[in-house]
Design a protein around this ligand. Structure first.
Ligand SMILES: [Zn+2]
Length: 278
């Protein structure tokens, strides 16, 4: 990833999107450079975690000010599903607003509208950015384990194909920071959810490792690699391997940079991920 620093704000961009800097703007923001206090310190972009709305608004203002082109942020209410929503220019109901939330619940947003910053605030779930340079279309996906078990990334590509004619071999996909198998223990219901979806199950990366059981022995611990599972789905869906870039960051291991819902016992903030067409 390319790392940038604007004052105290630390943010990242995918290497493979660099040739398209004139056509898209995007960023993954670390937790530094904001105004929120612990446990949301400091650049918390999430409104639903208990932080003061005025502080979140200031953080979002800083995020928009930092991004090239300064696109206003548009988001949907994520529900760990597989619904895809198209963001249209008329969804910008208040041109002066720095951030807007549309009424539709969805875990993937797609658009061909210019200057609209598709935005979600994350802590462990996998952000996927899709860019189709042939049809000038983008998507942002919010892939936690549940969305991944329903192949939400593939649902986004299908919706882009329906609306814009997008072909997966022509797309570039960035996989953002998310919780890695090193930090992500899951239970049998998670494995069962994948088992109910043959495509997702075929491309799921489960493993079992031995960890201390607290009594001097060890016990088996089921792990899920959500980023690798999404990558495998994208490959199976036709996105070329050389067009998929993984940030390599585990949010659980890198709490110095990112928020981790799991590793910070649910009391934490959310880091911002944004992509817009210029
Ligand atoms: Zn980790």
């Amino acid at each position: 990833m390319r790392q940038h620093k604007n004052g105290e704000i630390l943010w990242y961009q995918f290497e493979q999107f660099a040739p398209f800097d004139g056509r898209i703007t995007h960023g993954i923001f670390a937790r530094q450079g904001g105004v929120s206090h612990a446990p949301y310190a400091t650049l918390n972009a999430g409104l639903s975690v208990g932080d003061a709305p005025a502080l979140v608004a200031e953080n979002r203002r800083r995020i928009v000010a930092t991004l090239p082109g300064h696109p206003p942020l548009v988001t949907a209410h994520p529900v760990h599903g597989t619904n895809v929503v198209e963001i249209l220019p008329e969804d910008i109901t208040d041109p002066a607003a720095l951030s807007l939330r549309i009424a539709t619940k969805a875990d993937a947003m797609i658009t061909q509208a210019r200057g609209v910053g598709l935005f979600w605030a994350y802590a462990d779930c996998t952000p996927l950015m899709i860019f189709d340079p042939v049809h000038d279309a983008i998507a942002l996906v919010h892939a936690g384990w549940r969305g991944t078990s329903g192949a939400v990334a593939i649902r986004a590509l299908e919706a882009m194909n329906d609306r814009y004619g997008t072909q997966p071999p022509e797309c570039f996909v960035g996989i953002g920071p998310s919780i890695g198998p090193c930090c992500y223990e899951v239970d049998e219901p998670v494995r069962a959810a994948f088992a109910a979806h043959p495509f997702a199950d075929r491309h799921a990366f489960f493993s079992t490792i031995d960890i201390p059981d607290g009594n001097g022995g060890t016990r088996p611990s089921l792990r899920l690699d959500v980023a690798a599972s999404n990558r495998a789905q994208l490959l199976a869906g036709g996105v070329p391997e050389e067009r998929i870039e993984d940030s390599g960051f585990c949010t659980g291991c890198r709490r110095d940079l990112f928020f981790s819902h799991r590793m910070e016992n649910s009391r934490t903030g959310r880091h911002a991920v944004v992509i817009a067409l210029r």
